[in-house]
Design a protein around this ligand. Structure first.
Ligand SMILES: Cc1cc2nc3c(=O)[nH]c(=O)nc-3n(C[C@H](O)[C@H](O)[C@H](O)COP(=O)(O)O)c2cc1C
Length: 188
């Protein structure tokens, strides 16, 4: 059976290159993966009082329950000031609590960073990986995906124009499928 993958996009912008990339990756993925974008823009900012008082916002609870059901995780993110955009960091924080009940641990993951700049979001990509060490998320090491020059990457329909980049993305998703099948927790 296909493995289910939650896709998180670290940008809320309507014309986001990262959202285009997420959609392109969904289209290029092998049939062994079933991917769907999980929206994070409506999550209230994490505030521990919500969990300590036993009355967390409904959007946190729904997000946690939804993410828990997936077999794996794919993060597609821009870099903000050489780090992870707040909206994505907030989603990670919301999913990580209450302490001891994180939804992230053990789920195989991959990171793609996309930027119009030349460095391809390297800073965000690696700051995310820093959180994943603590959260016990087995994140694919190779191939790495730092996608620069994003403003010239897509046509009007959101397709990846450059053949070499498209081939790389296909290989990336094949490697991710293999990573998920090796590391996904067994169903009970
Ligand atoms: C607050 C902010 C900080 C940014 N910092 C960086 C940065 O550190 N490195 C970078 O390559 N681009 C940076 N950018 C430019 C983004 O890469 C660019 O806006 C990109 O289009 C965002 O991704 P999106 O198209 O998916 O929204 C920054 C943009 C914003 C709004």
């Amino acid at each position: 059976m296909a493995k289910s993958i939650a896709v998180f996009v670290g940008s809320l912008r309507k014309e986001s290159f990262n959202r285009k990339m997420a959609r392109a990756l969904i289209g290029l993925a092998p049939a062994s993966l079933k991917l769907e974008i999980v929206e994070i823009g409506g999550l209230p900012f994490y505030n521990q009082d919500g969990d300590d008082g036993g009355n967390p916002p409904a959007a946190w609870t729904a997000f946690r329950e939804r993410v828990r059901a997936f077999d794996g995780l794919l993060f597609v993110t821009p870099e903000y000031n050489r780090s992870v955009p707040g909206v994505l960091k907030n989603a990670i924080d919301v999913g990580s609590r209450p302490y001891g009940q994180s939804v992230w641990g053990g789920k195989p993951a991959a990171v793609v960073s996309v930027s119009p700049g030349a460095i391809g979001g390297f800073g965000a990509n690696h700051h995310l990986r820093q959180s994943f060490v603590f959260l016990d998320v087995p994140v694919m090491q190779q191939p790495e995906a730092y996608i620069g020059g994003a403003a010239k990457l897509f046509d009007g329909e959101g397709r990846v124009i450059d053949e070499a980049t498209r081939e790389f993305l296909v290989r990336f998703m094949e490697a991710f499928a293999a990573w998920v099948s090796k590391n996904a927790p067994r169903s009970p």
